[in-house]
Design a protein around this ligand. Sequence first.
Ligand SMILES: NC(=O)c1ccc[n+]([C@@H]2O[C@H](COP(=O)([O-])OP(=O)(O)OC[C@H]3O[C@@H](n4cnc5c(N)ncnc54)[C@H](O)[C@@H]3O)[C@@H](O)[C@H]2O)c1
Length: 267
Amino acid sequence: MSSEIRAALVGACGRMGTMIVRRLMSTEGITVSAAFDLVRVGDDIGEVAGIGKIGVPVSASEDLEKVLKETKTDVLIDFTIAKATAVNAPIAAAAGVNLVIGTTGLSAEQKTAITDAVIKNKVSAVISSNYSIGVGIFFKLCREAAKNLGPDYDVEIIEAHHNQKKDAPSGTAMTAAEIISKELGGKEFVYGRQGQCPRGKEIGIHAVRGGDIVGDHTVMFIGNSERIELRHQAHSREVFVSGAVLAAKWVPGQKKGVVYDMNDVLA
Ligand SMILES: NC(=O)c1ccc[n+]([C@@H]2O[C@H](COP(=O)([O-])OP(=O)(O)OC[C@H]3O[C@@H](n4cnc5c(N)ncnc54)[C@H](O)[C@@H]3O)[C@@H](O)[C@H]2O)c1
């Protein structure tokens, strides 16, 4: 019996999905078992991803449960939109399939519902707003700076992404804000500013959208007479692809009923 991990994708025809398909097909120990999307249903996902036929047709999401079971899928990788993930992740968990979720913009309620499904169905999941390896270090530096500088420094977060990104602010900016807020004992978040808006003790969060920017995040700790800026810049989506594939190979072997993040995968 082969020990190869069988990975399916939702959002398989998207920017991230097609890149992950290409990477999975050139990575040992893991293969593409199924593909789901709203578009290109019936087409071979290898052809959609530009690597020629691989014998895996794109299925409609309505057939998720049936196809996941038929294809004996171990892990479902989801890079879609929040409202799709909120529906599909619990269905996959109920079918006994582990999860790697990259979709951003999930609400707290949606994340809780997915966590409940993971616990109830005894599967494992990795949920991360950013699968790059460097961002894990960036988050640690944010925590360290907040801890050392304390509440007297104003915190502003500026993120920049391509003009096709659907949600704002980015999941990564929100994760950075939550880490810093927790370190400072709880902060209000203010999204952009317009009109009369004197600065309080908030964390300001700002989103830039344009062209083909893959993903920039800058966190500013601003005091009187000085400031520290921490910056992460993704040069290519390949960095997210590497992390997602690493997580997909890792998650089936983990303790069941637990939601992990990228730090756990890299530990
Ligand atoms: N966590 C990370 O490291 C990371 C990195 C990059 C992008 N993202 C996130 O991944 C998601 C996808 O990004 P993208 O750039 O590939 O977007 P994209 O628009 O290129 O692709 C999304 C795909 O999902 C499909 N889709 C939408 N609703 C669906 C549904 N109900 N069922 C099946 N398929 C559905 C679309 O048809 C599309 O093909 C976004 O939320 C983005 O913010 C996360």
